[in-house]
Design a protein around this ligand. Structure first.
Ligand SMILES: [Zn+2]
Ligand SMILES: [Zn+2]
Length: 351
C-alpha cells in the first residue's frame, strides 16, 4: 500500500468503515490506522440508603447487606447516624453496637460510602451531655435556617466527624434527613414563601472547608437532597481547587419498601422488568443518561425484616443478566470526584 492509500484509509468515516467489516477486525484496523477508539460508554449505577441503624434489626443484617454488595460488585452509600438512638453509639456500645461500628468501618472496602444523615436524624445533639436535645429544632430543618452561620455548621459537623472517627469511620458526604413532623412542616412552608426550599449556603461552605482540611474521606463530597426522575442532575454548591461539594440528584425512587417497610411499596419491575426490556434503569439507558441512581431506606431494605430485600436481589440478578456490559457501579463519592476533576460527565466516555 502506498502512502496515499494509507491516508485515504484514515479518512474513511468511522461509521461507514465499521459497517464494512466485522467488529473485531474493525477494532484491529482502527488501532492499526491510529484512529483513537474509546471503550464503550457505560451508564453509572448507584444508590443511597437512608436511616441505617443497628436498633431495628441486628448489626448482622448490615454485614449481610455489605457482603452481598461486595460479592456482586454493587456500589452505593449508606448512612451512619451515631446518635440515632438518643445517645452516641460510640460511647459505651453494647455488643451489637460494637459489631455495627466495625461493619460500618469496613463498608467502604465493600463498595459502600458512608454519609452523615446528621447526628441524630432528630433534634440537635448536645455533645456536652452526650444526648439529643429534649426538644427544639430538628437537624434537617436546621440545615435550612438562613440565620445559622458557617462556623456553627462547621463546629457541629466537626463533632460528628470526630465522633465517627472514634470508631475508625470516615464520612464521604451529607444526606438531608427528611421530616414530616408538625414543626418542620410548618417552618418549611414558611421558608417556601421566599422561594424554592433550599439548604443554607453556609452548610456547603462549611463542608467545603472541612473537605479541604481532609476531615472527610474524599476531597469532593456528594450531598443528597432532592430527587427527580426527569428534572435530575448534578449541581455544584461550593468548590475551591481540587475540592468541591455537589448535590447529586437521584433519578429513581425507592420501591424497596420505603421507611414504612410496606409490601405495597415493593416493585422490582420499577427498576428493570423480568425480560430486561423496561423499567427506569432501561429508560435512563435509552436516554443516554450518565447515571441511574436511586434511594432506599434501611427499614424496607434490611435483610432481616425488610420487605424489599428479596426485590433488591431480584433487581441485581436482572442487572447482571441483561446489563453487565452496559452499566458500571460507582460509589457516589467517586462519581462526584470524577465529575469535579473532569469538569463534566465526559469522564463517562472512558468507563
Ligand atoms: Zn432519613
Ligand atoms: Zn421535624
Amino acid at each position: 500500500m502506498d502512502i496515499h492509500g494509507r491516508l485515504n484509509k484514515n479518512v474513511i468515516p468511522r461509521r461507514k468503515f465499521l459497517g464494512t467489516i466485522s467488529s473485531a477486525l474493525a477494532l484491529f484496523a482502527i488501532q492499526s490506522a491510529g484512529i483513537s477508539c474509546k471503550p464503550r460508554k457505560k451508564m453509572i449505577l448507584s444508590f443511597y440508603l437512608d436511616d441505617t441503624n443497628p436498633s431495628i434489626v441486628s448489626s448482622e443484617a448490615f454485614r449481610q447487606f455489605t457482603d452481598y454488595c461486595s460479592s456482586n460488585g454493587i456500589k452505593g452509600e449508606s448512612s451512619f447516624i451515631p446518635g440515632y438512638g438518643g445517645k452516641s453509639i460510640l460511647s459505651d456500645p453494647d455488643p451489637n453496637e460494637t459489631d455495627y461500628i466495625e461493619f460500618v468501618k469496613q463498608a467502604w472496602t465493600k463498595g459502600i460510602d458512608t454519609h452523615m444523615e446528621i447526628m441524630t436524624h432528630n433534634t440537635l445533639f448536645n455533645f456536652d451531655t452526650g444526648t439529643g436535645n429534649e426538644g427544639g429544632i430538628h437537624e434537617g430543618l436546621w440545615l435550612h435556617e438562613p440565620s445559622v452561620a458557617t462556623s456553627e455548621y462547621s463546629d457541629y459537623f466537626t463533632r460528628i466527624i470526630d465522633e465517627a472517627g472514634k470508631g475508625g469511620i470516615k464520612y464521604t458526604g451529607l444526606t438531608w434527613p427528611g421530616c414530616g413532623c408538625e414543626a418542620c412542616t410548618k417552618r418549611y412552608s414558611d421558608l417556601k414563601q421566599n422561594g424554592p426550599l433550599k439548604i443554607n449556603q453556609a452548610v456547603f461552605d462549611a463542608l467545603l472547608t472541612l473537605a479541604d482540611e481532609g476531615k472527610f474521606r474524599n476531597r469532593v463530597l456528594p450531598i443528597f437532597y432532592e430527587a427527580s426522575e426527569t428534572e435530575y442532575g448534578i449541581h455544584q454548591r461550593a468548590a475551591r481547587g481540587k475540592c468541591g461539594v455537589y448535590d447529586l440528584m437521584p433519578n429513581a425512587m425507592d420501591h424497596f419498601g420505603i421507611w414504612e417497610n410496606s409490601v405495597e411499596r415493593v416493585n422490582p419491575d420499577y427498576y428493570i422488568t423480568e425480560d430486561g426490556k423496561s423499567g427506569i434503569i432501561i429508560k435512563h439507558l435509552k436516554n443516554n443518561a450518565p447515571y441511574c441512581m436511586w434511594y432506599m431506606h434501611w427499614q424496607g431494605l434490611n435483610p432481616e425484616k425488610g420487605v424489599g430485600w428479596e426485590a433488591f436481589k431480584t433487581v441485581t440478578r436482572r442487572i447482571n443478566k441483561y446489563l453487565s456490559d452496559k452499566v458500571i457501579w460507582m460509589r457516589p463519592g467517586d462519581i462526584v470526584t470524577s465529575y469535579h476533576d473532569a469538569g463534566g460527565w465526559n469522564f463517562t466516555n472512558d468507563l
